[in-house]
Design a binder for this molecule. Sequence first.
Ligand SMILES: Cc1cc2nc3c(=O)[nH]c(=O)nc-3n(C[C@H](O)[C@H](O)[C@H](O)COP(=O)(O)O)c2cc1C
Ligand SMILES: [Mn+2]
Length: 494
Amino acid sequence: MPYRDLRDYLATLEAKGLLCHVTAEVDKDWEIAAVTRRVFQRFPQEQRPALMFDRIRGYDIPLVVGILGGSRQIYATALETTVEDAVAKWQRGIRTPIPPVVVDDAPCQEEVYLGDAADALKFPTPIWTVGQDPDPFQTSALVISRDPETGVRNVGTYRVQMKGPRRTGLMINPPRNMNQHIHKNEAAGRDTEVAIVIGADPVVGLTGVTPFPYGQDELALAGGIRGAPVEVVRCKTVDLEVPATAEIVIEGYIPCGGREWEGPFGEYGGYMGTGGHHPFVEITAITHRHRPILQAFLSQMPPSESSCIKQLGRESVILKHLRDNCGLQVRDVHLTESGGATGILYISLRKRSHADPLRAMWGAWSLHDVFGKVTVVVDDDIDVRDPFQVEWALAFRMQPAQDVRIFEGTEALTLDPSQAPPDVPAEDPRRRVSSRVGIDATKKHAFPALAVPPAEHLARVDAQWERYGIEPVQRLAAAGQARASREAQPSGSR
Ligand SMILES: Cc1cc2nc3c(=O)[nH]c(=O)nc-3n(C[C@H](O)[C@H](O)[C@H](O)COP(=O)(O)O)c2cc1C
Ligand SMILES: [Mn+2]
């Protein structure tokens, strides 16, 4: 059964022990960012809960964070499946989109504030990088707009700078789908209508951060993954539809040619991004549920929710492309978290020709040319999710002079701080041209036998493991201490 709405999903997370309520009062302007950061630093993924801040000083609206990308287990729960099946479920779903259905009456419009009555500052939007970000930023927004020629909708997650009660900024990178809507509208002298949705069904949230080809409606893709259509309702002041069960909807428009300074913002690579001239939104209405819940993504330094949430969807689209379109026998692809699920790409494959590793890197780069500034291809006996194994392959299956190739003149990640110093603005051409390295760490000839005990010996040891009585050091230490304190006690008989 697909989740009805965010609240239904939160109840499931809570039942599975994946959501922790913070009932202590917190300050949205520093404390939410610091507490959430500590949770990502202190807990490895398997132990990390999503958070619900129930009491935020000065507001009666709670905030949830980490509920989609707190960990792979949380992500899989959002997809109503297991970690192991997540990629497969995603792939099945996006092959069979289900268009949304329009309903008349919607929870997201339980409360309606038009024109001057709308106040975007009534939500407890956090400040994420204190002392650096100029304003609070809404990080989990689903920004909805429509192609003025085809009418096809797009949903993309772009950061929203909360500039005032009726004004937000929007930072939309050049390759993003929504840019085409703005360009087409502005070529005809028109404004671009927009709906900024917060707190939708979790699957909608996952599709909003995933780069699908232009012209695919993320709400239909979400329907395919959910196995049931997303219900949508018409907005009050713009000609758009939004997920009916969403918590909060901000309606408005980007005036034709409307650009102003936006940012900077603490970015997913772990550094401050640059500010630049970007579109702004004039708010025409705000609608929300009674007692709405605000949702946020933790971004900034990896590991973060941003790097976790981008990883699975991106890996999945690259894997599908390499298998289905390039015909390669790819076992797995991995965009590492330390690389913000962007910069470092590992691919494992069964090589049928010496050229397969090159085809795999070019294939991945042709799909999205900013992924994998460093790309490493390994044989299919290497688990690309285990950095130790990848480094082992690099150390012993790769010859730098033959196997490392540098390609120049490629598209750059504008947010890569090694590209240019901070005073070079985002739109400067120097931020656009980069290079990339492809490393073929597969075996190129016959290799000697592996220097480990024969498999049957290891299996025999496993089968009779208890016989050896070998314990991990923590238990040996506890036993040692117990023995020492027994020996230190005076003997009762003397
Ligand atoms: C937490 C988070 C914040 C993001 N912020 C932005 C942003 O401010 N601007 C942007 O262009 N992309 C941003 N992205 C990436 C886009 O969501 C992603 O590329 C998505 O595919 C865009 O949708 P589109 O392909 O329909 O354009 C962000 C992703 C995440 C996970
Ligand atoms: Mn899109």
